[in-house]
Design a binder for this molecule. Sequence first.
Ligand code: ADP
Length: 444
Amino acid sequence: MNWAAGTQCVAKGDHRKPKPGELAYHKGDILTIPCYLFSRREARHNTTGEEGLISSTNVREREALRVDPSLSLMPWFHGKISGPEAVGKLQPAEDGLFLVRESIRHPGDYVLCISVSGDVIHYRVIFQDNKLTIDHTQYFYNLIDMIEHKSKLKVCGSFTVLFMSLSSPAGWLLDITKLTLGENIGEGEFGAVYEGEYMGQRVAVKTIKCDVTAQAFLQETAVMTKLQHKNLVRLLGVILHKGLHIVTELMIKGNLVNFLRTRGRSVVSSVQLLRFALDVCEGMEYLESKKLVHRDLAARNILVSDDSVAKVSDFGLTKMDTKVSDNVKLPIKWTAPEALRKEKFSTKSDVWSYGVLLWEIFSYGRLPYPKMSLKEVKERVEGGYRMEAPEDCPPGVYSLMTMCWEQEPRKRPAFHKLREKLEREMGEHSSSPGSERSLPAKMP
Ligand code: ADP
């Protein structure tokens, strides 16, 4: 069985009476195959944390979550439909059956429609001081909270589909009672990130309170369940409680921009920079092999583990952007010209962003195109302008950057080619005289 390091497996049957050295488990338990034990067919039990030998025929790989259009955090939200249409959907009439719709006459206004004694009552959802209410007595931060509070209501839609998909034996739904939340370690665009502990393992928890965003994140999560690679931040599961919580492995050293800025040249050697570049490249090569486009590759979206391994994160969010038609939200300084112009995203537009990321790495976390406005960057890059090499950047690495910034997407190298070139560069650096001295005794 050729499982990658960290593969998660589900036990097909019970193994209650283990021989010495063997692992005990029950049918449905989740086991992880750690890399250093892989060759000996050992595994770690996700719940008990115990390690021991397993028979690979008694486990199967944990399934990826299918991206199912019916997978909805808000099955009760029916979008822009008219009042009479809402009444039609709330049939057969049953007390408490409800849905939420967007008003056609007043776009942006929401209406809660509830079936009561054979009639449908339409309540306007009022948005006031960043909170929602229908009666001015109770206020909620989002629709999910509001609906959760009215737990006696019955959803018109298939909420169960979501729970079944997530909580099936290979499921990704985690138990909130086993989670201990710790300090806030970051602010995402859509919610805070906390450090935490889940059954003995240190984790990061991203909380998304706004339901529309949570819905989009659910798609990200579904993408993440399919991906397993040492250079991609690993998803452990999700928790649905007052919004959505995405639980991932904890990357103690935070994001790569801060890592480089706070340590600088005196601490981080050029060999370590190359190692980061190679880590990201391998993660991207894996995404490329899965035909997935990241779209937001930048040093801020690279996280660093305790043992200084760089991993790509935020790679499912890409799906969310399909509808974005205004360029305002695109990270201009990282986005390839054809993606800015025609929204033509591809692995080759990721390669462009990777070139910018290389520049960020070798400039120790500087903001690309220093002192240039976004408008200027857009115009000048389109006209052929490219950034200069960062100070002390190895010429071999700068030439990789310029290859990534070829105007023609097909002329840019693929990630596997970039990896080969970087490995060669790494070989030269590690063997050049003095390179050992530039390596700190202990990795930063
Ligand atoms: P967003 O994509 O919404 O901006 P991020 O996922 O990038 O949010 O998270 C914001 C910050 O939180 C990151 O820059 C990083 O510092 C921290 N963070 C996110 N995920 C983790 C993690 N798994 N381990 C450690 N820190 C994290």
